[in-house]
Design a protein around this ligand. Structure first.
Ligand SMILES: [Zn+2]
Ligand SMILES: [Zn+2]
Length: 476
């Protein structure tokens, strides 16, 4: 298979893909509410001749588009959900919401899903032309930000049949995402007390707010005694009413616990549950708990990572106009950044000196180079629902440059950059890397077998789903 043909297909679809990305950017729909985005994807998948399945796992905004026949089955993952409060005018270098309080694509998922689709279309055309054989499946995965949609899909049987899955994420570096992510579990604790006049008859009241505060204090003391790779985060979802002269009868906390793997996250959650029970006991209130979502740790696959890296290097990197470079440099002045770019850069001396030179010691606005790939045990304390896919089939991911160096995650700057020609170039680059990698997996069975052999060892423990059997995804 001449990979240039795949790249030509992506280029020939550049207008379609760019327009779709911009539409998804405009829709900026929150987790599990991505109805317009889903309709836009379904339309294109059907127009392109994919075999479409809607309502995957009973989720209205989850879908797939398959093309081809027989093995290998190669999945490409796409996301499209947005974040609240990040509405922003595109392509400008100051914070200015389009809609006050509106949503925005603050994680670049408009680009993420569309590059994955672009790769699927390129592979589809090669299958049609008889140049590749196998089945390519694009997965529309909703609710990455709000409720870990892929975990629900993984629990309900998706991804298991795949021979491999590939994914990417927009970013500020061209880099293989090696190492692992933390597992996470999100839970709410609801305390119910008895309202009373806080001065008139406080002895009759039982304060849910007190219980919530005591729980938080208890967890602060727990923090010293946790595994170093664990973390606990919380928010107050309900602190009772606004009147201080009422004993607050309701309170709700949302907790997220993270651990090196699901087993450790579940063990930590038990300790947090005990603290919640203790707080209820101390305050004579009732406590109920409800899980919201969860994600698994990520298992890396070095065979697939090397493959993605080879294709990061094989696809010509985008070149930028002076206007695009000036935009990136000006946007970079709106946030603080320090250190060298790349999550895994600091770990390896050779990589560090390479990146230092290429990025002008981290001062360059655009990281227009590829960070050398070195397999590593790097532990990312954040979490991703791609982790759940990685326990079911060999999975690998990379990041490609779609915003300036050091740009903070989930920021207005990312929303601004996400609808520019600068970002579109990175998106098309990512589509080509994915398409070329799928092509290799379809033409080199020995490579796929090596990836699967590695997976059989690394995933030998088996998938321990972090969410309960009947949990439904949270909407919004
Ligand atoms: Zn995000
Ligand atoms: Zn994201």
């Amino acid at each position: 298979m001449d990979k240039n043909k795949l790249f030509e297909t992506v280029e020939s679809k550049a207008d379609l893909l760019t327009a779709l990305s911009d539409r998804i950017w405009e829709y900026a729909e929150l987790s599990m509410m991505e109805h317009k985005s889903t309709a836009a994807y379904l339309q294109i998948l059907r127009d392109e001749g994919f075999d479409v399945t809607e309502n995957l796992c009973g989720i209205e905004t989850a879908f797939s588009g398959a093309f081809g026949s027989g093995r290998p089955y190669i999945g490409i993952l796409g996301e499209y959900d947005a974040l609240s409060g990040l509405s922003q005018e595109p392509g400008i270098t100051e914070q200015r919401p389009l809609i006050e309080g509106g949503c925005g694509q603050g994680c670049g998922h408009n680009l993420l899903g569309v590059a994955s689709l672009g790769a699927a279309i390129a592979v589809k055309q090669a299958i049609e032309a008889g140049e590749l054989s196998g089945t390519v499946i694009f997965y529309g995965c909703p609710g990455e930000e709000g409720c870990a949609g892929k975990t629900f899909m993984a629990r309900d049987g998706m991804f298991r049949d795949l021979d491999a899955a590939l994914c990417w994420h927009p970013g500020d570096v061209n880099e293989i995402s090696t190492g692992s992510n933390a597992a996470s579990i999100q839970v709410e604790y609801i305390f119910t007390g008895i309202a009373a006049h806080a001065a008139g008859n406080p002895q009759h009241g039982r304060s849910a707010l007190d219980a919530a505060e005591l729980m938080n204090v208890g967890v602060q003391f727990l923090r010293e005694h946790m595994d170093p790779k664990c973390s606990v985060h919380y928010s107050f979802a309900d602190a009772g009413g606004l009147s201080p002269n009422v004993v607050q009868p309701t309170a709700k906390l949302i907790y997220m616990v993270r651990g090196e793997n699901v087993r450790k996250a579940k063990a930590l959650l038990k300790r947090v549950d005990n603290i919640a029970r203790g707080a209820a006991l101390m305050t004579e209130t009732e406590m109920t708990t409800r899980q919201i979502d969860g994600t698994s740790s990520t298992i890396s696959n070095e065979v697939l990572e090397q493959l993605l890296y080879d294709n990061l290097c094989a696809v010509p990197l985008p070149t930028y106009t002076q206007r695009e470079l000036t935009y990136a440099a000006t946007l970079k002045t709106t946030y603080h950044t320090e250190g060298l770019p790349g999550n895994r850069t600091a770990e390896n001396r050779q990589v560090r000196s390479f990146v230092a030179e290429k990025s002008d010691n981290g001062n360059a606005a655009v990281n227009d180079f590829i960070i050398p790939y070195v397999p590593s045990n790097y532990f990312n304390p954040g979490s991703s629902d791609v982790g759940d896919v990685s326990w079911l089939t060999p999975t690998a991911q990379f990041t490609a440059v779609t915003w300036p160096s050091g740009c903070p995650g989930h920021s207005w700057q990312i929303v601004s950059a996400g609808r520019t020609s600068f970002a579109h170039k990175g998106m098309l680059y990512a589509a080509k890397v994915l398409a070329a990698s799928v092509s290799d997996l379809m033409t080199k069975p020995e490579l796929l077998e090596k990836a699967r052999a590695e997976f059989r060892i690394s995933a030998a423990e088996g998938y321990d789903c972090p969410i309960s059997k009947d949990l439904l995804p949270t909407i919004g």
